[in-house]
Design a protein. Structure first.
Length: 341
């Protein structure tokens, strides 16, 4: 059924479809009978699926990655689709419109997306206010970044502001320095600025009676030497884990005609083409840290087999985004049922 629906939706602009579909999901959630039906259809509960990390018990290891619900507008209805956790954002301290449209593109031949959204969001205060009002009990991650017009030398201030704003309403944080769609952002992955940023956030974290886990989201395009630096930084700053990986700037190995890809232009590539590289990065970090760094896996996860590949490589949890677009609302249920087997 969903492949037919997808074929219709894919004829419409990707960003317009996203908001249209989410409006319908919000409407369905607002009606008690439909809300119960959604949970009956999509939520899978089994003790074998539970994962406990940082003192948090995740009901299952399949989360929704940042980028889908940037502003925490849809956490309640999305919670009815069986996800073990939802990561909102990327959130910046001040609202910003993001990059000019169109900025989200499908590559169906590759089961992929290219996006150059540019951290479009309503700002940290709005996201925090929405999370205070949520009804469903689900683990929430807060993915934070800097505003586009904030120079890198002041970037830490932006991360701190969002951290403080979201601290009371999220269960864990993800520091995003790896999106290719904010000019200069990836330079913050360099050892010195990244260490400084993470130390500042940890100092803020430790001012609270109960700290929140802080994870670092990294690009799939890092060299092994850079990954070694990341491992060292995570240990030095006592960070709680890594999200591997973000989207890639590579266009290698695509089936989509080169002229179509070139016409789309800049942006981060996600989906099936990133699967192997994300797995390789996870395995490298897991092996070279001797399994001491918890990893959330993201990149090319569509099926239970894809999720199992990431878990076997050393991940503790997995996240979906592009897979959700291509596989539909049953993706978390299908992966969970596959993992139970």
């Amino acid at each position: 059924m969903y492949p037919l629906i997808r074929s219709i939706l894919f004829k419409i602009d990707a960003e317009k479809v996203h908001y249209w579909v989410m409006k319908w999901l919000v409407f369905a959630y607002s009606i008690g009978l439909f809300r119960k039906l959604l949970k009956t259809l999509f939520v899978v509960k089994d003790p074998s699926l539970e994962r406990t990390l940082w003192g948090i018990t995740f009901p299952n290891p399949v989360g929704l990655a940042a980028g889908f619900d940037k502003d925490a507008k849809y956490t309640d209805p999305l919670a009815c689709l069986g996800f073990g956790y939802i990561e909102i954002g990327t959130v910046t301290p001040r609202p910003q419109p993001g990059n000019p449209k169109p900025r989200l593109f499908r590559l169906p031949a590759d089961k992929a997306l290219i996006n150059r959204m540019g951290f479009n969001n309503d700002g940290a205060a709005k996201a925090a206010e929405r999370l205070k009002q949520r009804k469903e009990k689900i683990i929430i991650g807060g993915n934070i970044g800097k505003n586009k017009d904030t120079p890198n030398e002041n970037a830490t201030d932006d991360y701190e502001k969002s951290f403080i704003e979201l601290f009371p309403v999220v269960d864990y944080f993800v520091v995003n320095v790896s999106s290719p769609n904010t000019p200069g952002l990836r330079a913050l992955q360099d050892k010195e600025p990244l260490t400084q940023l993470l130390n500042r956030l940890q100092a803020l974290n430790n001012q609270n009676s109960k700290t929140k886990p802080i994870l670092l989201k990294i690009a799939p395009d890092l060299t092994n030497e850079q990954l070694d630096d990341i491992i060292d930084i995570v240990k030095t700053t006592k960070l709680h884990g890594i999200v591997a990986t973000n989207t890639t700037i590579s266009r290698n190995g695509l089936t989509t005609p080169e002229n179509k890809v070139n016409n789309i232009g800049a942006g981060g590539l996600s989906g099936a083409p990133v699967r192997q590289r994300a797995t390789d990065v996870i395995r490298y970090i897991h092996q070279n840290s001797k399994g001491t760094i918890p990893i959330m896996a993201s990149g090319g996860i569509f099926t239970a087999a894809d999720a199992l590949e990431k878990l076997n490589a050393g991940a503790s949890l997995v996240q979906v985004y592009t897979g959700f677009i291509y596989e539909g609302p049953a993706i978390a249920k299908n992966i969970c049922k596959g993992l139970m087997k």
